[in-house]
Ligand binder design. Structure first.
Ligand SMILES: *Cc1c(COP(=O)(O)O)cnc(C)c1O
Length: 368
């Protein structure tokens, strides 16, 4: 089966360096919050272009910590999208706040700024901007709206490591930004990991306390916190992989451009690029009214195309009681019916890429 993503291929591509990094940590005997984590926090924050990075246990926890650092809790509302990984919404629920959904821009799959203001109430505290599939949301108009209403902007950058919007990396625009290092992400660990980055020293200090029981000094809690830490092994592995992130993102863009050209004229919608922004193609997402049929056709021929995401969060059974059926998330529901992610990762062999292209073309031509 041709996979949608392959953390193993990436490990094999940098095996010697990664093995050496792991051995270095094992030999040192310091496994939680040490020199590797500290170095990776500053290297990654510098890469994004902000002064502070706080390593945490996952992307979900990065969002949880960021909201908690902003003082968000029960009684508050957080505006975001329903067309996202359920993690975005799970993190809001962890704080006790209520998620409020806004529809997406159909071309870019990200929060539609034209619909944002209508969702803001007296209880609204923050907006979570999800930069989906590797491309930025339309940040500038939303920064204006947030400023006007005194709201925090938290960026969910779990799918957009290194993506640029108007000359600056995503993750450098909001009050805080959250990254996941889940193995399949553009920058992926060999286990779980995440990071909160920010330019705001006060928020950084609070996030740092929250991730380890509120400790300012060992065993003494200054504020109530919990435990969500990035471990030394993952930090050491991520330091190796960070050095290849830009080259990996270029490799993804090259694959995307091969798909773009090959799929022209087949009645398949290929990804649109936002003006003055880059796309780092965490996923290469096409859309088609015959999506389910196409996915089955590809699967039968060994191509593992996946759906991100098949059911919008507000329609999932876990959240059915929280959110009523709504008629104002039409683009969200339409996207869930039509999107399909084709295999894309930096090490995708040319032969496999050609097979995917041939099969998608064959399907498209057969149908027209
Ligand atoms: C992966 C992902 C997360 C969660 O990250 P984890 O590290 O798996 O907790 C959050 N938001 C989005 C958009 C994601 O893709």
């Amino acid at each position: 089966m041709i996979l949608c993503s392959s953390p193993l291929a990436q490990y094999n591509a940098h095996k010697e360096e990664i093995d050496a990094a792991i051995q270095r940590v094992l030999d040192k005997g310091w496994y939680i919050l040490g020199e590797e984590t500290k170095s990776f926090e500053s290297e990654f924050a510098e890469y994004i272009g902000v002064p502070h990075g706080i390593g945490v246990g996952s992307g979900t926890e990065a969002l949880h910590i960021a909201m908690a650092a902003c003082g968000i809790g029960p009684g508050d509302e957080v505006v975001t999208v329903s067309h996202t990984a359920v993690a975005t919404v799970a993190a809001i629920e962890l704080t006790g706040a209520r998620p409020v959904f806004v529809d997406i821009e159909p071309n870019y799959y990200t929060l539609d700024p034209k619909r944002l203001e209508a969702a803001i109430t007296k209880q609204t505290k923050a907006i979570i901007l999800v930069h989906l599939y590797g491309q930025s949301a339309d940040i500038l108009p939303m920064l204006d709206i947030a400023k006007k209403h005194g709201l925090r902007i938290i960026e969910d950058c779990a799918q957009a490591h290194g993506a640029v919007y108007q000359g600056r990396c995503v993750g450098s625009w909001g009050d805080m930004a959250c990254f996941s290092f889940y193995p399949t992400k553009n920058l992926g660990a060999l286990g779980d990991g995440g990071m909160v980055v920010t330019s705001n020293l006060k928020l950084a200090e609070k996030a740092r306390l929250l991730r380890e029981y509120g400790w300012a000094e060992r065993y003494i809690s200054k504020i109530p916190g919990w435990n969500t830490r990035l471990d030394e092994l993952q930090a050491a592995i991520l330091r190796v992989k960070l050095r290849y992130l830009d080259a990996d993102n270029v490799a993804r863009a090259n694959i995307a451009s091969i798909y773009d050209h090959a799929l022209e004229g087949l009645g398949i919608v290929t990804p649109k690029r936002r003006q003055k922004a880059t796309h780092v193609y965490h996923l290469y997402v096409i859309r088609s009214k015959k999506r389910d049929e196409m996915q089955a056709f590809l699967k039968a021929r060994g191509v593992g195309a996946l759906i991100h995401y098949p059911v919008p969060v507000h329609l999932q059974s876990a959240y059915r009681d929280t959110f009523q059926r709504r008629d104002d998330l039409l683009e969200t529901e339409k996207a869930a019916r039509e999107v399909l992610s084709l295999p894309i990762y930096p090490e995708l062999p040319d032969k496999e890429l050609n097979t995917v292209v041939e099969m998608v073309k064959y399907y498209g031509e057969k149908r027209s």
